[in-house]
Design a binder for this molecule. Structure first.
Ligand code: C2E
Ligand code: MG
Ligand code: MG
Length: 363
């Protein structure tokens, strides 16, 4: 922190006012400047941090993100100015390190939306506005349902239906993801028990978020949830995405090993759509790899790519599940390339548990 302020000071010389807000956040107040000058100073500061810091013989490299708010265009009070600069900084952070971003009115709107969403989600969590729906996983050859994936559904009286793609990131940012994850685990285990007791046992796959993977007591939580509902572990599958597992590869692998030790199975979700570390794949304790629906979009090389991926996954002794199958020709392709399982609207959407049961009874 001392070295950072030293660099800031030497860059700004006697211009403006420099302060440390707390933590790793600094503020620079430049009076009587305009937008271009603010941009100039932001670039100066960014370049001041381009060189690594030398400390104890180590070269330390930090990311810098800058948010800029202008008086009087953006805000009339000091409080608003600080708040808006903060929002702009978050937007800069989202672009990765080394960016300076000016405040824009839409950032205020987006922030307000996220705050509202987080508030409504908190209410849904405590008053029971969330529900799990289940989408069948189907055997390509026999058309038999081999399991289901639990997918969160949220209907809010004010906001209407909110998709998980929208509220999961909000739950992560507002610290509610752990409570949400526990709710899902608990509801899924309860449902597994019900299906077992009805004589229609079904494997249930639950999605884990990156935050849950980093949670120190995740393994205990899964274990006690299984015990609470007296569910044999083989009926629970956990889905993680490769980017989650790779955030901290060694730690990710250790957590997955511990989970696998419990007897639950693990699937790699949305494989091949993020940054895949193929070399790493072989070390993870996986049963299945799920291919994102993007693989099924038509293109001249689609069939060959699918064939190659399926072969590669099989070479690692893993099963393949294709997601997002909507068209008969996509299912035919899965048959042709030897993909074992699929999920998708061609068979069925995610539906409430009771509906799954009557669906199975009718099949
Ligand atoms: P995912 O785990 O890859 O789930 C598959 C998504 O594809 C689901 O979207 C599902 O409804 C959708 N889908 C299934 N079949 C088709 C199809 O044929 N066509 C199309 N276009 N889409 C299909 P959904 O339910 O909106 O969930 C989106 C993502 O949100 C999930 O992706 C998962 O990453 C996350 N999510 C959902 N529930 C949970 C949860 O309980 N916990 C966590 N951490 N994440 C969840
Ligand atoms: Mg999934
Ligand atoms: Mg998926």
């Amino acid at each position: 922190l001392r070295e950072v302020s030293r660099r800031l000071k030497s860059q700004l010389r006697s211009e403006g006012i420099l302060a440390r807000l707390g933590g790793d956040e600094f503020v620079v107040l430049l009076a009587g400047e305009h937008a271009e000058r603010a941009r100039f100073w932001a670039d100066q500061i960014l370049s001041a941090f381009a060189m690594p810091f030398k400390h104890d013989g180590l070269a330390l490299d930090f990311g810098t993100s800058i948010g800029i708010a202008l008086y009087p265009d953006n805000a009339q009070t000091g409080d608003d100015l600080m708040r808006f600069a903060d929002m702009a900084m978050y937007s800069a952070k989202a672009q990765g390190r080394g960016h300076a971003v000016f405040f824009e009115a839409r950032m205020g709107k987006e922030m307000a939306e996220r705050v509202l969403l987080a508030e409504r989600l908190r209410m849904a969590l405590s008053y029971g506005g969330l529900q799990l729906h289940y989408q069948p996983e189907v055997d390509v050859k026999s058309a038999r349902v081999v399991g289901v994936e639990a997918l969160l559904r949220w209907h809010d009286p004010v906001l209407g239906n909110v998709s998980p793609a929208r509220f999961i990131p909000v739950a992560e940012a507002s610290g509610q993801i752990v409570a949400l994850g526990n709710y899902v685990l608990d509801a899924a285990c309860k449902q597994i028990d019900i299906w077992l007791k009805c004589g229609t046992p079904l494997r249930v796959a639950v999605n884990l978020s990156a935050y849950q993977l980093r949670q120190v007591n995740l393994v205990d939580q899964v274990r006690s949830c299984l015990q609470k509902h007296q569910v044999p572990p083989q009926w629970l599958e956990l889905e993680v995405t490769e980017s989650q597992a790779m955030i901290n590869p060694d730690q990710g692998r250790q957590v997955l090993e511990d989970l696998a030790q419990l007897g639950v199975t693990i699937a790699l979700d949305d494989f091949g759509t993020g940054h895949s570390s193929l070399a790493y794949l072989q070390y993870l304790p996986l049963q299945r790899v799920k291919l994102g629906r993007e693989f099924l979009f038509s293109s001249p090389s689609r069939d060959r790519l699918m064939g190659g991926i399926v072969q590669m996954v099989h070479a690692l002794d893993l099963e393949v599940v294709a997601e997002g199958v909507e068209q008969p020709d996509q299912l035919q392709l899965l048959r042709d390339v030897g993909c074992e399982f699929f999920q998708g609207w061609l068979h069925s959407q995610a539906m409430p548990a009771e509906q799954v049961q009557s669906w199975l009874a009718a099949a």
